[in-house]
Design a protein around this ligand. Structure first.
Ligand code: F6P
Length: 324
């Protein structure tokens, strides 16, 4: 039985470039005579049957927009078989043959189980600013989030330099170091604090003091938010109390998730959306579009369902060496 009707949804934290992927899925499918249904708010909308028919013009003028026109959610209900059954019935009633899920490792886990349980072809497209999914070198949204954070840190550097101050700048990444590491290297940060690492307060104080002694006017420490966002305030307190070091805190937060996608995100998302549909039409199921050795290709979903952090660990050393 061939595929004549595909559903597409976005799930988990939104990421700039998700709209480019949605557009590519819809336009590729329609160009091949395949119907497309958009599912609103991720798996929550799948459960509710919150569907919309996608046309060529429904994805017009969205390439440059952040967020996701299909909306998104984190849906704990989808862990429950009863709700997954409901979701499947909704797809069946609408005669949908296959599902494309744009999201992170958690969303791929849900998609994998769903596909296996109901024998439904599923393809994942990696979309998260964290760039932390196993099996792929890149996830849509990462470069835009990094650029947004770099722009913010550059501005902070201006004022930090003018006042000869140290700043702790907290970037997103609950379990992921990638944003912190890349932003740290690109902004000349004096130190980068990773999510699950013990904070070496002595080292921070020594680095800052050494910089001051050689005439540096400012220091920037990039803090990955870690499991508990806002931890920069505790770090600030300890630096003051135990090392007599004054630092200001700036938490960038969700600013990093919004905004117009940069070229890399538009390009990768366009390629992946296109490939996701082509893979389905070639009979592939339970696969994810991935970047491997710089090329867009597909890989089994089983390789893409865990978190993969620290693939840029060497960047921490690089930042420290270059900001000496
Ligand atoms: O989407 C990834 C991410 O932005 C992480 O970097 C961050 O820790 C988390 O989502 C925040 O999630 P929420 O918006 O649900 O608070």
């Amino acid at each position: 039985m061939g595929i004549s009707h595909i559903a597409v949804l976005s799930s988990g934290g939104d990421a700039p470039g998700m709209n480019c992927a949605i557009r590519a899925v819809v336009r590729t499918a329609l160009s091949k005579g395949i119907k497309v249904t958009g599912v609103k708010r991720g798996f929550a909308g799948l459960i509710k049957g919150d569907f919309q028919k996608m046309s060529l013009s429904s994805v017009g003028n969205i390439l440059q927009r952040g967020g996701t026109i299909l909306l998104t959610s984190r849906s704990p209900e989808f862990m429950d078989k009863k709700f997954r059954e409901q979701a499947f019935n909704n797809l069946k009633e609408n005669k949908v043959d296959a599902l494309i899920v744009i999201g992170g490792d958690g969303s791929f886990n849900g998609a994998k189980n769903f596909g296996e349980e109901f024998n439904m072809p599923v393809i994942g497209i990696p979309g998260t600013i964290d760039n932390d999914i196993s099996g792929t070198e890149y996830t849509i949204g990462f470069e835009t989030a990094v650029q947004t954070a770099i722009d913010a840190v550059d501005r902070i550097r201006d004022t930090a330099h003018s006042h000869a101050r140290t700043f702790l700048v907290e970037v997103m990444g609950r379990n992921s170091s990638a944003i912190a590491l890349k932003v740290g290297v690109c902004t000349g940060a004096e130190n980068i604090l990773l999510p699950h690492e013990d904070v070496d307060y002595q080292r921070i104080a020594d680095d800052v003091n050494r910089g001051v002694a050689r005439g540096k006017e400012s220091s920037i420490i990039i803090v990955a938010e870690g499991p508990k966002g806002g931890r920069s305030y505790q770090i600030q307190k300890t630096l003051k109390e135990e090392h007599k070091l004054d630092a200001h805190v700036a938490i960038l937060g969700h600013i990093q998730r919004g905004g117009s996608p940069v070229a890399t995100d538009r390009f990768v998302a366009s390629q992946m959306g296109n490939l996701a549909v082509e893979a389905l039409l070639e009979g592939k199921t339970a696969h994810v579009t991935v970047i491997r050795s710089g090329k867009t290709t597909i890989a089994p979903i089983t390789e893409c369902v865990t978190k993969q952090d620290m693939n840029f660990t060497e960047y921490k050393k690089l930042a420290q060496t270059l900001s000496i």
